[in-house]
Design a protein. Sequence first.
Length: 439
Amino acid sequence: MTVASEPFLDEQTALACVHCGLCLGSCPTYLETGNENDSPRGRIYLMRAVQDGRLPLGDTAVRHIDTCLGCRACEAACPSGVHYGELLEATRDHIERHHHRSPFQNFLRRVVIERIFPHPLRMKLALLPARLLKRAGAEHLFPQFVQDSLALLPAEMNEGHLPELSRAGDLQSPSGGGGYKPPARPRGRVGFIRGCVMNVMFGRTNEHSIRLLNRAGYDVVTPRDQGCCGALHAHGGNLAAAREAARANLAAFAREPLDAIIINAAGCGSTLKEYNHLLAADPRAAAFSAKVKDLSEFLVAAGFQSAIGNRRSAIKVTFHDACHLAHAQRITHPPRLLVKAVAGANYVEMPESDVCCGSAGSYNLTEPEMAERLQRRKVENILRTGATCVVTTNPGCLLQMRAGLDAAGATHIETLHIADFLERSLACSAPVMTRGGFN
Ligand code: SF4
Ligand code: SF4
């Protein structure tokens, strides 16, 4: 146990919490345990008690901070405007510098999450034996946590091979392009963040995202030297590494003027939009953050719904709000607008659509028990809708929901990134979508 009373919280931010408790009902961990220490109000109290030296930085306090998903549902619900995410990141940074963790947790956090996941080549190499094991059906020979991790691996992975420049005018009008007409002149030029997990596991989704931007009339630049956004580091309590990642991206996207910088992963998007806080003293960071847009946010602002035309879905479709889109970025309407444009009357709202699915970045690896409880809760809510297609905007949510649906025997329900959902709807000529495409 380590006692540390070094100040790590911004006093004003911490004092903004008036303990009203209005955030409690939105907190997934509190909903599951009913324990005040697993609520936002309780956690803020613990953080302040540690900072003031009234509570040692021991296993008990750390446990309640570790089980926080960082989903920021409390932040969206808080009438006092408490910046819970900032308090959490500062506390986690303090914990990682002063608290002693088990060798396994250290390996998971410092090696797997911080040194493998943010590097696509390392991730690919690390996933190779895991995929072979899964293919051979040998998971049961390993401890439960290995089995749980393997369950998250998608059956199909595709790496992205994105061109450095993808011109709107180069896009061949696809067969029955669903309202797409190659623009006479591009409407503008945007940058694209390819992401780490996205590029290794969901490469085709990245390609579809760029295609949608081209369809909307934009040239898309994907700088080769861009790197991890720093979200995994920031959420895991390594703010120094997160700042380093942010600086590298500021340089990579500074080469030419861009109208916007597009990201299709909600978790990365919220970190990119907060570079201005992460690098508060760097004026380039504020300009960068102001340009970052979620794919759905940008497409709707560009009037892309009209390109979807009069498509309609023959299957029931529902939508899951990724926490870092709904709560951290407060974006709930644009993705629904796009999904509803395809699904029409077959769109069905999911109960608790904005309650975390348990993925929460790397949470399902570090806190598998709570992650599984929330995964089950999410699957039950999906099943309640009767939908056979769930659309979302974040790779972690896709993996978590897929694994949960498979475990529940609900293999007939598809899980799709919104870019794949939209591109599928636009790439076919017939206006009725069924499972797997339009016909
Ligand atoms: S975080 Fe906000 S909503 Fe929650 S107890 Fe504090 S002031 Fe109230
Ligand atoms: S970030 Fe999510 S899990 Fe953590 S206290 Fe807030 S609502 Fe609860």
